[in-house]
Design a protein around this ligand. Structure first.
Ligand code: GDG
Length: 731
């Protein structure tokens, strides 16, 4: 039975050293809880690093204990830990992805080497247990290369990848010397998940700029598969926090907190030690409040837990010193005999204490500079079973997209944070209730189980989509059956689009001239008297005439406005108007003036605005603007607007490739009709042809065609295969 393999840098365990004897305990982080239902059942497993270097002598006992918990270890050496984990993961990827890259960031090749080799170690561990139909779910920034490494060895498995930290704007991501390799690594997955839609946008933008891969909405056409990028905001185990409030141990601690802090209101702050969490700025805002509003002295306490983390990385040690200093300053400045402004703990606290703090604090202050999601904010909400309390939340946390009823602040705006604290301390109870109820609904509905289900469901759907695309892809048995039909027929009509179908998209329109290979393929097809070839293109008739005028091919130019039978003169469709052209030309000219790199192509019955050389993004923006400007004008004048590949074309409504194609179909008694095309105008052909025709869309995206080919090179392979097989058949 196929199984699920979870992979993350750290295994969900804590190791305790009891006089040299290592004892393993499950650690109940959010991820572990969410995935608990998966990896503990049906032969499923979790692969990862146990969290510390383990001596050879201890590995056997550790392995045994891990096995009991369905966990499989990847052991890292001291060098791996310092170069892969502390070095590349935490000194390069973490800061860049959290917008902390600076001119001082060092990109050491040795860190990169270790990053690659540790990803390889994970690959080996997975391959040792993975079977063909298994599902592998890989987590986070330490393992960006892993999806592709697995894909290369096991093309059939389902691979999901989830990034727990933000995916930065392309402007940041491009700084990393190994940026393309990292993206390629991620694209080994079938589904790439992020917390927010902004992360998805940034990822797609990086892929489109750094890799030559077509993207249609959130689907990336990799060389042999479609990969989907989507947002899945991670939730928490809300019941666990709700139930904790009535736990006797938690109740007792809540009472203790009440006894200690008496009338003083509590503002809670909980984070791992990290510069991305905005701890210093938060202290600054609190201090400003005490300075400007002395009436709060003795009435409000900031309860701040900072959990030790990555203390081997120099920036973290430095941050810790700065926090110590600032807390010291505030406390020495404002402390009274029976009140300390900041109760600061540099340690981790047991779950029961955490739950008691969430349930007791009137305000929770969560102000990261950047955070993929931030679970603390959701845990606070889940713990507020009486619907009171106020959450102050940074707009830079992924959670702010869902918890819109929090007091949302910009963590860099110290004055705004200070004002939000004051607003929170004075918020009327009914307003607290209204906001909290809304947020509790969100946290309860989009909990961690929902997150896991949604991700797994989507991964299955993506796999099904890939399989259906595969059966529509002209290869293997599908290709053979088309060849067989071709061979068994004697009067064939074959429609071929030109740009994007027979030749690749070129940066310059005039570069897309036919090459000798294309001529030889067409010549082969023409040699067979059963074939009637039709070139059906949006190109000017002058172009087609120059390239194919003397060939035994029926030519249709400008989407059907012009046509030419073999050995005859060019004709055009009668009664087409051109009176609309000057007015639309003037409008397009304005867009040319505003968009460097764009230009107008004038054809007899259409105008085309080309933007393939315009700055990426700007061209698309202007194309949308142009489409909006022309929308009503075009309809009034009986024109059709066609968004194409880096073009916007306006043409007479009466002409379209479908009509032109149908005209030819009706003239003969064909027993095999085939059409190949890559863009919107070819859809008219596909739709117009009789049901039993072989219609093939070139590229990705939805289409009325029955089959798909990926690119002109696959088109050429098919055409070559048709003529070769046909010749064999005739012998
Ligand atoms: C990464 C992303 C994303 C904290 N102190 C104690 C304690 N905790 C628990 C909290 C919470 C977790 O640690 C922290 O989660 P966050 O989401 O706030 O932050 P990161 O660790 O940076 O996590 C983040 C997350 O991945 C999930 O995708 O949200 O953006 O950076 O669950 O409760 N737990 C206990 N004692 C503590 O002292 N028991």
């Amino acid at each position: 039975m196929p199984k699920t393999i979870i992979v993350s840098n750290r295994l969900p365990v804590k190791i305790q050293d009891n006089d040299g004897q290592l004892l393993l305990k499950p650690s109940e982080g959010g991820l572990a809880t969410g995935l608990g239902s998966i990896y503990k059942t049906d032969g499923n497993v979790w692969i990862g690093w146990p969290g510390q270097a383990i001596d050879e002598d201890n590995k056997t006992t550790v392995n045994e204990q891990l096995k009991e918990l369905s966990l499989i270890p990847v052991y890292l050496t001291q060098d791996d830990i310092s170069q892969f984990y502390e070095g590349f993961s935490n000194e390069v990827l973490w800061p860049v992805f959290h917008y902390y890259a600076s001119t001082y960031t060092t990109y050491k090749p040795s860190h990169w080497d270790y990053y690659q080799s540790v990803n390889q170690k994970f690959k080996e561990a997975i391959l040792a247990v993975a079977e063909p139909n298994d599902t592998i779910w890989i987590h986070d920034y330490q393992l960006l290369l892993l999806p592709e490494l697995i894909r290369a060895e096991r093309p059939d498995v389902s691979i999901g990848f989830f990034l727990h930290i933000p995916f930065p704007s392309h402007e940041m991501f491009r700084l990393i010397p190994w940026r393309s390799e990292l993206l390629q690594g991620m694209l080994g997955a079938d589904l790439v998940g992020f917390h927010t839609f902004d992360d998805v946008r940034h990822f797609l933008s990086a892929v489109s700029r750094l890799l030559p891969m077509p993207i249609s909405s959130n689907i990336i056409a990799c060389k042999d598969r479609y990969v989907v990028a989507e947002s899945f905001p991670m939730g928490i185990d809300n019941k666990k926090y709700e139930d904790a409030v009535s736990d006797p141990d938690v109740q007792e601690q809540m009472q203790q907190i009440k006894d200690v802090f008496k009338e003083s209101k509590l503002i809670l702050s909980i984070d791992r030690l990290d510069y991305s969490k905005g701890i210093l700025q938060r202290l600054q805002a609190f201090e400003l409040m005490l300075q400007q509003h002395p009436e709060y002295i003795g009435k409000v306490t900031l309860y701040m837990v900072v959990v030790p983390s990555r203390d081997k990385v120099p920036q973290y040690a430095e941050l810790r010193n700065q926090i110590d200093k600032r807390v010291g300053n505030i406390n020495s400045m404002y402390r009274t005999m029976d009140w300390t402004p900041v109760n600061y703990f540099y340690r981790s606290v047991p779950f029961e204490t955490l739950a008691a703090l969430y349930a007791s604090a009137e305000v929770c202050l969560v102000t990261p500079m950047r955070d993929g999601m931030n679970l603390v904010s959701k845990e606070y909400i889940a713990s507020r079973v009486n619907n009171d309390g106020v959450l102050i939340l940074s707009e830079m946390a992924g959670a702010s997209r869902e918890l819109i009823d929090a007091l949302i602040v910009n963590p860099n705006n110290i004055i705004q944070v200070k004002d939000a604290i004051i607003q929170a301390l004075n918020m009327p109870l009914d307003e607290q209730n209204a906001r909290m109820q809304q947020m509790r609904q969100v946290v309860s509905k989009f909990n961690v189980a929902h997150w896991v289900d949604l991700f797994m469901e989507r991964l299955n759907e993506v796999k099904l989509m890939q399989r259906s695309m595969q059966t529509r892809h002209v290869e293997g048995s599908t290709k053979q059956s088309i060849i067989n039909r071709y061979k068994s027929t004697s009067k064939r009509l074959i429609f071929l689009d030109y740009d994007g179908t027979l030749v690749d998209f070129q940066p310059n329109v005039n570069q897309a001239v036919p090459d000798s290979d294309l001529y030889s393929i067409l010549n082969e097809l023409m040699l067979d008297p059963a074939n009637h070839l039709v070139l059906i293109s949006g190109r000017k008739h002058e172009n087609l005439n120059e390239w194919f005028g003397d060939k035994n091919i029926y030519l249709i130019a400008e989407h059907g406005a012009w046509f030419k039978q073999q050995g005859m003169e060019w004709h055009k469709v009668n009664g087409l108007s051109t009176t609309w052209k000057p007015e639309l030309f003037d409008i397009m000219q304005k867009y040319v003036d505003r968009t460097p790199g764009s230009f107008i192509e004038e054809k007899s019955y259409s105008l085309v605005w080309h933007y393939r050389k315009a700055q990426k993004g700007l061209g698309e923006l202007r194309a949308n603007e142009l489409m909006n400007t022309l929308k009503y004008l075009a309809t009034d004048k009986g024109l059709q607007l066609l968004p194409g590949d880096k073009v916007v074309e306006v043409k007479n409504m009466e002409i379209n490739k479908g009509k032109a194609a149908l005209g030819l179909v009706d003239q003969g008694d064909y027993d095999f009709i085939m059409a190949l095309g890559d863009d919107l105008t070819d859809e008219d052909t596909f739709k117009a042809l009789p049901d039993n025709s072989v219609t093939i869309k070139v590229g990705s995206g939805s289409s009325a065609a029955k089959f798909y080919l990926r690119n002109p090179s696959e088109v050429r392979q098919l055409l070559r295969a048709l003529s070769i097989n046909s010749t064999i058949g005739q012998e």
